[in-house]
Each structure stands twice: as structure tokens, then as C-alpha cells.
Design a protein around this ligand. Structure first.
Ligand code: ZN
Ligand code: ZN
Length: 143
């Protein structure tokens, strides 16, 4: 299957510049977030491709929605993301595939810390009770 992000080099060189504005189903990027989370909707990919020193420059952004675990209570957190793309591709063949750039942009955009809400109380370290749902009564030294 041909990826919608496979772009003809000839087309880019014809005008020196090509704009891609595609909505790509998340199934094109299975497991791209690893253990960090999963994509929950299509990716809006907006890229400018241009000739640069005989190579193909790619700049733009990817937007969409993903779901990750709250770092404190492990509840799923669904948020929007914007992943910037800024890269240079080898143009040895007749086409370039921007899918790998999109994948890397997503990985780089994964936040190091995500919480379901700023005052999430997290799980009790001794009984793993979700302390947002009530006090478990453990003496943890946190309360
Ligand atoms: Zn939480
Ligand atoms: Zn507890």
C-alpha cells in the first residue's frame, strides 16, 4: 500500500516547492508512541517540501489527539498535540517518504510528564488505591 506521505521528487523539483496537507489515519502509525501511549484519531499532516542543496527539506507540523497515562494515577489522559517537523531527506530515488519524519516528530513531542489534572493525588504507594477516589487510610507520610 502506498503511503499518502510518499511524495514524488519530480513534483517537488518541478516547482521547487510542494505543500502537503493530508489527513492520515492513525492506523498508518501503529505503536509509534511505544509504551508512552497511543494515537486516538487521524493525523493532520501539513508539510512544506522544497529542494535544498540537492536534498529535500521538510518543514511543517503534525496535529492530532493521543491518549497517555497520567503519571500519578495511571488514568488515561486524552490531549491534543502539535508535533513540529523540520528535517532534510535524501532524494536518491524518485520519491521521498515523509512517514518516518512524522513518526520521529511524534516521538519527540511526547511530553515527559503528563497528569490527568494539576491536583491529581495519584495512587497510594502502599495499597495502590486511587487517592482521587477517596482516602484508603494508609499512613504513607504524604498526607
Ligand atoms: Zn491522575
Ligand atoms: Zn493505601
Amino acid at each position: 500500500m502506498k503511503s499518502p506521505l510518499t511524495i514524488s521528487v519530480g513534483k517537488i523539483k518541478e516547482t521547487g516547492n510542494l505543500t502537503v496537507d493530508e489527513t492520515v489515519p492513525e492506523s498508518e502509525f501503529p505503536d509509534c508512541l511505544g509504551n508512552a501511549g497511543r494515537l486516538t484519531g487521524p493525523l493532520r499532516v501539513e508539510l512544506d517540501l522544497f529542494v535544498k542543496d540537492g536534498k529535500i527539506g521538510v518543514q511543517g507540523e503534525v496535529r492530532g489527539e493521543w491518549e497517555m497515562e497520567c503519571g500519578r494515577c495511571l488514568a488515561p489522559v486524552r490531549t491534543g498535540y502539535i508535533a513540529p517537523v523540520d528535517s532534510v531527506l535524501e532524494s536518491s530515488g524518485s520519491a521521498v517518504d515523509a512517514a518516518e519524519e512524522v513518526r520521529q516528530a511524534l516521538v519527540l513531542a511526547i511530553p515527559s510528564k503528563i497528569v490527568c489534572r494539576p491536583d491529581c493525588k495519584g495512587l497510594c504507594p502502599s495499597c495502590k488505591n486511587d487517592r482521587n477516589k477517596g482516602d484508603c487510610g494508609c499512613k504513607t507520610g504524604y498526607n
